[in-house]
Design a protein around this ligand. Structure first.
Ligand code: HT7
Ligand code: ZN
Length: 872
């Protein structure tokens, strides 16, 4: 398949102005009648061509006249019709087969055929699996949807837009109609039909609209939707306050499903959620999962403006909606919780997922220049790096300036499909600033390296900071240009006090932002009394790798004194990296000692927040350490990281850890407030550290914690320690967990996940045994991700066995999964990213497994694209 290229974009020759859909619903067969009022761009004299994937065409007429076979041609992916003109009405009737749809794209069945319900997933190109349409985001049409179905089997009928009547039909059937007053692209179309229960709440928007907020789910889980409903209300108020954005329909429906390829979908007026991101209750959800529900509910809601009201011109602009919406979601979560903790969480995610993507064969720009399969571009680069780019722009403009910019963006582009240039132009125009230099960030792949070197001149009392940037070549982009890098910085004296900064005659401040937009630049700070310690990229002001030759003592000083919570944590991470790098070297002890001493001091400090302390006590993960090496041996990395943590635990001491653990146990409430969550987070970390130096004691504590846990956070933390350590108690608690949550798929996923994380060689046997559990199935994306996704992407020492058996298992499962669900197969295949940097034995084994997979017959375009890119 030849790639689709950004530079080939042409506006559509044919669009649809209105769409009327009549959907006759059935589990095995559903018939869709569509009436499209067409528009033709006279400057593009081409016949009408519509997308339609695998549809059974039953009838076709144009302007009321049934078409003869010679007047149209359908090749199973494109319908070409002759004789259409501007204003023509094309009517088609097609049949699709929801129960046979295992790809979960288009119209499909969630759950068993007797009791499950029907739903749709149209982003990015699912609508063409439902009916014929110019299925591209720059075609915006008004939708009227009428659903018809058997009332007993499908008592609830929902589609996007406002309800516009319902009633009875003959033979126990009924109908319901929905009209969406806002023109929208086809990817935002949705319908849901089945036996569902609901909870609801009335909401009045800041501009006075009465809205019904309704969450729907299967009856057995509806009680677990209340937290999401609260989160939705919080999101709506926050968007009104922060961005002046109000909701714009009379109803807002949200539906939970256990069968979903991604996290959730922002369909206009009818969001559909993976149950994992909608259901929450103390017995089966961890604190982290509560936060994820709040964040995803907000994310999908925020799309109503950033994505729906203003949509993307083409899929190359995906980050226009995703990067901006992730940024808005991150701001919201920071406001609802703790800003520094949220920043640490987001940057950790970026480093764990996006940095490796940007450093390997799957590297692509935030706005890719070409793709074969758009579903493969819902990546950490488009989402997370995209959000970092918006964060830099927001930082550049300041809070009020950014708001002026987004106001102008919405004003200019409401009801239209826009581009990244439109976004930058609106932000810039509203503030009289040219932001187009930031386009380079959108066009260039790879993580820039920012090298910092400081020189102190005692005679002149000056500190000269030289900042240089360089981005390594990536597969499709050998040449790289400098990009604008905002560096937020402070200087500290030797006692940990911030110094006033005098730069270019600007007023003195203790924190400044300098923008590095050339290969090398120098900044001179005057009136500096002694050699300072720079705190750079505060708050992670740009998504770059900072290279600065700090001494362990300098990092330890920042770790103790930096007032920027993020940079304090970052200093600890950098110090841990120094300690890791020469753990066994002659000089190694100084970094390790500095790290351990500083953390031991913070451990005793009464001032530090429990959650921040938990994060400070955690060194970078195995994936982040691997990302810095050229010949990766994941088993060695794990051993070394464990060693590093053991030294920290020794330094703090078993007694201090034990006492702290007991003190934290005093709080047995299951409250979700920040302080209670922080205690649970620290308790878990302290237990993990104790397990490294006194396993017997830690396992006894973990067993007790499991038995008395008031909720899932404590229960899972205890189980995790026991399982990962292969403690004698593990089997009994695993059996207990399995039985306790036998009817709770989301909790059961965690049972699979914990065991897929078993470190080292034993993981493979564990995964293979779990594949034989009756609850395991490749057909359910959450279950496949819980077991195979965790094993391959979150357990480096387990997956990367030296004998290559982990690679062979994954490759075999990918081939099987691909036949069922190509999107999920392609996503799981990204676990092979980075194989070229493995040490030679593993590299060879991974290569062989990939080669064999690549040669399998009939692979989907999704999986083929990932495999061929990974192999390049
Ligand atoms: N915008 C949504 C993307 C999405 C998706 C993409 C491809 C295949 C299935 C999908 N389900 C949802 C999710 C979001 O970013 O909000
Ligand atoms: Zn999104």
């Amino acid at each position: 398949i030849s790639p689709i290229r950004l530079r080939d974009y042409r506006r559509p020759a044919w669009t649809a102005h209105t769409v009327e859909l009549d959907v006759d619903l059935g589990i095995d067969a559903t018939e869709i009648t569509s009436r499209l009022t067409l528009r033709h761009d006279a400057e593009q004299p081409v016949p009408l061509r519509l997308d339609g994937e695998g549809l059974e065409l039953l009838a076709i007429s144009l302007d009321g006249r049934v078409l003869a076979p010679a007047e149209y041609h359908y090749d199973n992916s494109t319908l070409e019709v002759t004789g259409a003109r501007d204003g023509s009405v094309l009517e088609t009737r097609v049949r699709v087969h929801p129960a046979a749809n295992t790809a979960l794209e288009g119209l499909y069945l969630s759950g068993p055929r007797e009791t499950g319900f029907l739903l749709t997933q149209c982003e990015a190109e699912g609508f063409r699996h439902i009916t014929f349409f110019p299925d591209r985001p720059d075609v915006l049409a008004r939708f009227t949807v009428t659903l018809r179905a058997d009332r007993k089997r499908f008592p609830v009928l929902l589609a996007g837009g406002n309800p516009d009547g319902s009633g009875e039909l003959a033979d126990g059937r009924h109908w319901a109609r929905f009209v969406d007053p806002h023109p929208k692209p086809s990817y935002l179309f949705a319908l849901v039909a089945g036996r569902l229960e609901s909870i609801q709440r009335d909401y009045v928007t800041a501009d006075g609209r009465q809205v019904k907020l309704v969450i729907w789910s299967e009856a057995n889980v509806i009680d677990r939707c209340h937290y999401a409903l609260d989160a939705l209300e919080r999101s709506m108020r926050w968007d009104e306050r922060t961005y002046g954005r109000n909701y714009d329909l009379d109803v807002f429906h949200v539906v939970a499903t256990h069968d979903f390829n991604m996290g959730a979908m922002e369909n206009k007026g009818l969001n559909i959620f993976n149950a994992k991101y909608l259901l929450a209750d103390p017995d089966s959800s961890t604190d982290e999962e509560y936060r994820a529900v709040e964040a995803v509910v907000a994310h999908e809601y925020f799309h109503n403006w950033t994505g729906n009201r203003v949509t993307c011109r083409d899929w190359f602009q995906l980050s226009l909606k995703e990067g901006l919406t992730v940024f808005r979601e991150q701001q919201f979560s920071a406001d609802m919780n703790s800003p520094p903790l949220k920043r640490i969480e987001d940057v950790s995610l970026l480093r764990r997922t996006q940095f490796p993507e940007d450093a390997g064969p799957l590297a692509h720009p935030v706005r890719p220049a070409e793709y074969r399969e758009i579903n493969n571009f819902y990546t950490a680069t488009v989402y997370e790096k995209g959000s970092e780019l918006v964060r830099m722009l927001a930082g550049r403009l300041g809070q009020d300036g950014f708001r002026r910019g987004t106001d102008l963006y919405f004003e200019r582009h409401d009801g239209r499909a826009a581009t990244i240039e439109d976004f930058l132009a609106a932000l810039g125009d509203a503030n009289g600033i040219d932001l187009m230099p930031y386009l380079a960030w959108y066009a260039q792949s790879g993580t820039p390296r920012l090298h910092a070197k400081g020189e102190y001149n005692a005679a002149r009392r000056e500190y000269k900071l030289t900042l240089s940037q360089q981005t390594r070549a990536t597969p499709a982009q050998p040449e790289k240009l400098p990009v604008p890098i905002p560096v937020k910085l402070s200087l500290f004296d030797q006692h940990g006090k911030m110094l006033p900064l005098y730069l270019d005659g600007q007023p003195a401040e203790t924190e400044k932002v300098v923008v590095v937009d050339q290969a090398t630049q120098q900044f001179v700070f005057r009136d500096i009394p002694a050699p300072p310690i720079p705190s750079l990229l505060r708050g992670f002001s740009a998504p770059v790798v900072l290279e600065c030759n700090y001494t362990p003592a300098e990092l330890a000083l920042l770790l103790i004194h930096d007032a920027d919570g993020f940079n304090r944590w970052e200093a600890g991470q950098q110090l841990a990296i120094l300690a890791f790098d020469d753990l066994h070297g002659t000089d190694g002890s100084s970094a390790c000692k500095a790290w351990c001493d500083a953390l031991a001091a913070l451990f005793e400090s009464p001032e530090i927040d429990d959650a921040l302390l938990a994060d400070l006590l955690t060194p970078p993960g195995e994936i982040e350490f691997a990302d810095r090496q050229s010949e990766v041996d994941p088993a060695k990395i794990r051993a070394q990281r464990q060693d590093l943590q053991s030294r920290l635990a020794q330094r703090i001491g078993a007694t201090a850890l034990h006492d702290r653990y007991q003190a934290l146990c005093a709080d047995t409430s299951q409250q979700l407030d920040a302080a209670s969550q922080a205690k649970r987070r620290l308790k878990r970390r302290v237990l993990e550290l104790l397990a490294l130096i006194d396993a017997t004691q830690a396992h006894a504590l973990a067993a007790r914690q499991y038995e008395h846990a008031p909720g899932m956070t404590d229960r899972l933390a205890a189980l995790g320690v026991l399982v990962r350590d292969r403690a004698p108690q593990a089997a009994a608690f695993l059996a207990d967990f399995r039985q306790r949550y036998a009817d709770n798929p989301l909790a059961l996923d965690k049972w699979f996940t914990e065991q897929a994380k078993l470190p080292g060689d034993p993981a493979l046997a564990s995964v293979m045994a779990l594949e034989n559990d009756p609850a395991f199935t490749l057909k359910n994306p959450n279950r496949a991700r819980a077991l195979l996704g965790t094993f391959a992407s979150a357990n480096p020492s387990g997956f990367h066995r030296a004998d290559g058996a982990g690679y062979r298992l994954l490759a075999e499962r990918l081939a099987q999964l691909d036949a069922l669900n190509p999107q999920i197969a392609a996503r799981l295949a990204t676990a092979f990213n980075g194989w070229q940097r493995l040490e030679p034995v593993r590299r060879e084994a991974a290569h062989a497994a990939l080669d064999k997979l690549a040669k399998c017959d009939g692979l989907s375009p999704n999986l083929s694209e990932i495999i061929s890119n990974v192999l390049r």
